[in-house]
Design a protein around this ligand. Structure first.
Ligand code: M6R
Length: 609
């Protein structure tokens, strides 16, 4: 999704803007631009495609000036072209605007402005704001932005620069992330922390409805009525190295390999093995409320949704609470049955996914209890739910989610164990035993990562196929879904996942020698049934690959290839079993020469509905 950077200080702005934008590349984009106030007016540069195209243009004749704004655009309204790239100007070219989000009523206002004689140069909804600010401007830029925004409906993070105000950046947010970075003799705005972490660790999270005035040595925040707001500064502890590749070819590979560490972070301080209990107070739902709830609804998208399906299994099996997992994008359009005894859990790495946020808001409106499991601190969803359990896996830069998946699943298991214990369905001994197994997960994942050679061989064989079917059962059906999502989003190979028993009810018709099947067939309560399903596949000449438990010779007799993982308790197995499937998708994609960290058409945080 789009990225915004702004700078005011005593250094050439263009350099800092380009650096900041490069650190936001992970968000996904298809064009980029910067605008710098150079003493005579605005110097604007925009290019389609990768940031290097803009960097080339800037390198030839860099805009000179100490204040500027920059933007990476992920097209929503209008194709990825230079004229649609941000920043956008007003008709006189006196001000520029960058925008992340969608102005839902832009057409109505655009028509009104066209009637007044305004000529639009782009197809974007964002350009409307530039003209609207110009029309409201009478010398006070913040006030003009405030008046203009009061006309716009929708989500936004914006930054505005005016040639009459070489000492002022105006920024605002509603529904899209935006932070201020406070430096010495310089200040920043950005969509996300890595953009400015090289220069400051002092951050202010803007809230929905905030408008900030940012100057070289000061900043102030107002609401949309012009009243001053108090905002606290936060010190960021993340190292920049943690947000960079750390020696791996891609962020994604680094993030897959980080999982033993990130899971230890997720679990750290939350496992009371001696007492046989779990500490998840930040989740924000009291024991009394946990005893009272009659149903759980998990809302999430993509990978987070699949993690939620594992959570469904946990809440039902352990806590005996009816649980459903909803696509967040569907939830509020189907008149969900929610009351004060319904717990709605939002799952999101970014905490900014528009569909999940909208579902949580709907749940709040309906009077449900809401909580979230998130990764990005201070993100919008944390402010809209009663409590947030952070998965603590650190910045996830690769567009394809990996460590956030395992972080979410582990967090769900902790919450489900606690809920089950509070409701009297599991004993302290059971909790102690499960926590003991959870403690071993980092080393089980280390063992699994060591299978990389076998996975690379498999990838070399698989990368020429055009379709692939994943099978799983029980708690590992979501593992199959997540494996298929990883393969399709990274390698563009069509991949689907089915509960293994469902295959014979139709999809088996697809199978032949050109349609490989990958099954999660580790030891579990449904192992024998999965083995029978695999025999059905093998009889159709399909190449059969299975994820099996180390030492399982029987499986090797049925399928063509086996990737072995360590034996784990079934309840824990999704945390380990997904890892080889992440690696497989990664190596198939790199074998095909695909851009694994930024697959085509994808964005890291989908902040539009
Ligand atoms: O930030 P979120 O967890 O809310 O994001 C949800 C999905 O957009 C995300 O998981 C997406 O499916 C990833 N590309 C999957 O790798």
């Amino acid at each position: 999704m789009c990225g915004i950077v702004g700078y005011i200080g005593d250094t050439q702005a263009a350099d800092l803007l380009m650096e900041g934008l490069s650190r936001l590349e992970y968000r996904g984009y298809d064009s980029a631009g910067i605008a710098v106030l150079n003493g005579n007016g605005l110097d604007i540069r925009r290019e389609v495609g990768k940031l290097r195209n803009l960097a080339k243009e800037v390198a030839v004749n860099a805009p000179k000036g100490l204040i500027g704004i920059g933007h990476t655009r992920w097209a929503t309204h209008g194709r990825p072209t230079t004229t649609n790239a941000h920043p956008h100007t007003d008709t006189l070219g006196q001000l520029v605007v960058v925008h992340n989000g969608i102005f839902e009523n832009y057409l109505e206002i655009k028509h009104e402005l066209i009637k007044d004689g305004v000529i639009f140069l782009s197809d974007t909804d964002s350009e409307v704001l530039a003209h609207l600010v110009a029309r409201s401007y009478t010398g006070d830029l913040r006030l003009a932005v405030q008046v203009a925004l009061s006309r716009m409906h929708g989500s936004y993070a914006i930054a505005v620069l005016h040639q009459d105000h070489p000492d002022l950046l105006v920024a605002a947010r509603n529904g899209c992330p935006l932070i201020l970075g406070i430096g010495a003799e310089e200040n920043f705005i950005a969509s996300d922390i890595p953009a400015i972490l090289n220069h400051t660790r002092q951050i202010i999270y803007l809230e929905d409805g905030d408008i900030a005035e940012v100057r070289q040595r000061s900043w102030s925040v107002f609401n949309l009525q012009g009243e001053r707001q108090h905002r606290d500064q936060t010190t960021i502890e993340w190292s920049l190295v943690a947000a960079e590749k750390g020696g791996y070819d891609h962020f994604m590979l680094k993030e897959i390999n980080e999982q033993p560490t990130t899971l230890a972070q997720t679990l750290g301080g939350r496992m009371g093995e001696e007492e046989g209990r779990v500490y998840v107070d930040e989740f924000g739902i009291t024991d009394e409320q946990l005893r009272r709830i009659r149903q759980i609804v998990i809302v999430a998208c993509g990978t987070s949704h699949y993690a939620g399906l594992v959570g469904e299994y946990y809440f039902e099996q352990l806590a005996r609470i009816p649980t459903t997992v909803e696509y967040a994008s569907e939830f509020r359009y189907r008149k969900p049955v929610v009351d004060g005894d319904t717990l709605i859990i939002g799952l999101s790495q970014s905490g900014e996914t528009a569909d999940t946020l909208a579902a949580i808001r709907e749940a709040n409106n309906l009077g449900g209890l809401t909580a979230s499991i998130l990764n990005v601190q201070g993100s919008a969803m944390s402010r809209e739910t009663q409590g947030t359990l952070y998965m603590r896996v650190g910045p996830e830069i690769g567009v394809a989610s990996t460590k956030a998946y395992t972080g979410t699943v582990a967090s769900l298991l902790l919450v489900a164990l606690h809920t089950a214990q509070v409701r009297g369905h599991v004993t302290a001994d059971f909790v102690r035993e499960t926590l003991g197994s959870l403690r071993q997960v980092p080393s089980w994942i280390e063992e699994t990562l060591a299978e990389v050679g076998a996975i690379q061989d498999l990838a070399a064989m698989l990368h020429t196929f055009r379709n692939c079917l994943y099978l799983g059962r029980g708690v590992n059906y979501p593992t199959a879904l997540e494996g298929a999502l990883k393969l399709k989003e990274l390698s563009y190979i069509h991949a689907e996942a089915l509960p293994a028993g469902e295959m014979k009810h139709g999809p088996i018709a697809l199978l032949d020698a050109d349609f490989p099947v990958i099954a999660v067939a580790t030891k579990s309560a449904v192992y024998d049934k999965t083995l029978s399903n695999l025999k059905e596949v093998a009889a159709r000449d399909a190449v059969t690959i299975a994820l099996g438990t180390r030492g399982d010779e029987r499986l090797a007799e049925v399928v063509d290839r086996v990737i072995y993982v360590p034996e784990t308790p079934e309840i824990i197995s999704p945390l380990v079993n997904v890892v080889p499937l992440q690696l497989l998708a990664y190596y198939v994609a790199t074998k095909k020469g695909c851009d694994v960290d930024q697959p085509r058409n994808l964005a890291k945080s989908v902040t539009v509905e």
